[in-house]
Design a protein around this ligand. Structure first.
Ligand SMILES: [Zn+2]
Length: 163
């Protein structure tokens, strides 16, 4: 049987156990080994601590990321809302402009109609003037015809008187 500390061999377990308890050399090795073990344990603990620290840090970081995600979501919502508000304001302005534009169009149409009406008025006035001229001409012609008739009647009477 081999001692795990000093590597000496013994025929039986009991002798090996005794050796481990009494051998000064082995005990020193055991003590050293114990220290090493303790150091190893300490080192392991440190590694574990560091791992835990890292895990905690990661957890905190994830938390922060989650918070960042939330903030991003809120930010997005805010931006979206602002976007809607802006586009609403824009369409409101466009509507206002378009209604003003429509009013302008209507006003222009009315002005054009008025211009056309006044042109028609002028045309009708001109027609009436022409008609009056024609009536005057007709009246003059009538007058001339009356006079001509009178003259003719006078001539006829004179000739009858002469006969
Ligand atoms: Zn030993």
């Amino acid at each position: 049987m081999e001692c795990e500390f000093c590597k000496k061999t013994y025929p039986t377990q009991s002798k090996l156990d005794l050796h481990k308890k009494i051998s000064k050399i082995c005990l020193k090795i055991q003590e050293k080994d114990d220290k090493n073990t303790k150091n190893e344990e300490k080192a392991e603990e440190k590694v574990e601590e560091k791992a835990e620290e890292k895990a905690n840090e990661k957890h905190d970081r994830d938390d922060r990321d989650d918070r960042d995600d939330e903030e991003t979501e809120i930010d997005l919502l805010y931006k979206e809302t602002m976007g809607h508000t802006r586009s609403w304001a824009k369409s409101k302005k466009e509507y206002k402009n378009s209604s003003t534009e429509r009013e302008k169009e209507l006003l222009l149409y009315i002005l054009q109609l008025e211009a056309r009406l006044s042109e028609k008025d002028k045309y009708i006035t001109k027609l009436l003037d022409n008609l009056q001229d024609k009536f005057k001409q007709v009246a003059k012609a009538d007058f001339k015809i009356d006079r001509l008739e009178d003259t003719l009647w006078k001539i006829v009477k004179q000739s009858q008187d002469d006969i």
